[in-house]
Design a protein around this ligand. Structure first.
Ligand code: SF4
Length: 291
C-alpha cells in the first residue's frame, strides 16, 4: 500500500467510485503484486488467527512474570452474572481485548495489528460481532482492509512504535484502525471512517509508553481495553454524524510531533510513568532478583 495520507486514500475511493476497503485492497495489490485472491486469503488467515487466539485462551495460564493472565475470564464471569455496565457487546469487547493481550503476554500466537503491544484492540471490537452473526468473515476482512489503510497512513506519516511515539502510536493507532473498521462495517462513508479514526487517535494523544519492568503487560493489557472501548465510542459518534474538527491527517501529524517531544523515559524504556512508581520499581526489582 502506498497511501501517504487519508485524504489521498479517500480521494482514491471517491474517484473510482469504490469503497474504502476496495481502494486499500487495490493499492495493496499494485504494490505487493499479489493476486486479489491471494491478498484476500492472507487477510482471512489473519482473521482466523485472531479467532483462534480467543478460542484457545486459557484462564489458568499466567505469564512468566506472574503479572498477567485470567482477567478476561473474570470479566466474562462477571458479565454472565449481570454485574457489569454497558451491555453484552461492551462486556465482550472488554473480555476479548484482555484475552488477546493476555495471550501475547503468555507468548501465544497473536496478530500484531499494528503491534504486539496493541494486538487486543482490533479483535476485541470484531470478534463479538462475528460471534453474534452480525458480520460475515468477508465483511470482517473488508473492515480489516480499512483498518490496514489507516494503519499504513499512520506508519507513513508518524510511527507505530511505542519506542518512537509512546503508547499513542501503538494503542492509539490500533484504536484509530478499529474505529474506522467498525464504522465501515456499519456502512459508514469513507469520510465517517476517517472521522472515527481521527477521534480515536485524538482521544489518546499524548499516551506514554511506560511498561513496568519493560514487559508488555502492565499497563499494556488494560490499555488494549481502553483502545477498544474508545474505538466503539468513536465509531458510534462518527456513524451518528458527529464530526471531528481536526482532519485525520493532521491528527496523525500531531501524534508524530507529540511522540518526538516525549521524554525518552516515556518511550518504552520502562523508566518513566507507571514503570517509575514505587510499586512498578518494586515489581521490576523482584523480577530481576528472581532472574
Ligand atoms: S505501554 Fe508501551 S509497550 Fe505497552 S502497549 Fe503501550 S506502547 Fe506498547
Amino acid at each position: 500500500m502506498s497511501f501517504v495520507s487519508c485524504a489521498e486514500m479517500l480521494a482514491a475511493a471517491r474517484s473510482q467510485g469504490i469503497s474504502l476497503a476496495e481502494a486499500v485492497l487495490r493499492s495493496d495489490l499494485a504494490e505487493s503484486r499479489l493476486t486479489e485472491e491471494k491478498s484476500r486469503a492472507d487477510m482471512r488467515a489473519l482473521w482466523h488467527v485472531m479467532q483462534a487466539t480467543s478460542r484457545d485462551y486459557c484462564p489458568a495460564q499466567r505469564s512468566r512474570s506472574g503479572l498477567s493472565g485470567g482477567d478476561a475470564a473474570k470479566v466474562e464471569q462477571a458479565a454472565a452474572a449481570g454485574l457489569l455496565f454497558g451491555g453484552e457487546y461492551l462486556s465482550a469487547v472488554t473480555a476479548e481485548a484482555l484475552k488477546t493481550a493476555e495471550c501475547n503476554a503468555c507468548m501465544k500466537r497473536i496478530v500484531a495489528a499494528p503491534t504486539a503491544g496493541s494486538c487486543g484492540v482490533l479483535p476485541a471490537v470484531l470478534l463479538p460481532l462475528a460471534r453474534a452473526g452480525e458480520a460475515t468473515d468477508e465483511e470482517i476482512c473488508d473492515a480489516l482492509y480499512v483498518a490496514a489503510g489507516f494503519g499504513q497512513v499512520i506508519a507513513a506519516r508518524a510511527t507505530l512504535a511505542g519506542a518512537e511515539g509512546g503508547c499513542q502510536a501503538e494503542v492509539g493507532a490500533a484504536s484509530a484502525m478499529a474505529a474506522a473498521a467498525l464504522c465501515s462495517l456499519k456502512g459508514g462513508s469513507a469520510e465517517q471512517c476517517a472521522a472515527a479514526a481521527a477521534m480515536a487517535l485524538g482521544n489518546l494523544l499524548g499516551l506514554v509508553c511506560d511498561p513496568v519492568a519493560g514487559l508488555v503487560e502492565v499497563p499494556c493489557i488494560k490499555r488494549n481495553v481502553v483502545g477498544a472501548v474508545n474505538a466503539v465510542a468513536c465509531a458510534n459518534m462518527a456513524l451518528a454524524g458527529v464530526d471531528y474538527a481536526i482532519p485525520c491527517d493532521e491528527v496523525i501529524d500531531a501524534m508524530g510531533r507529540v511522540g518526538a517531544q516525549l521524554s525518552p523515559d516515556l518511550r518504552e524504556t520502562g523508566m518513566g510513568g507507571l514503570a517509575a512508581t514505587p510499586t512498578g520499581q518494586a515489581i521490576a526489582q523482584r523480577l530481576a532478583d528472581e532472574g
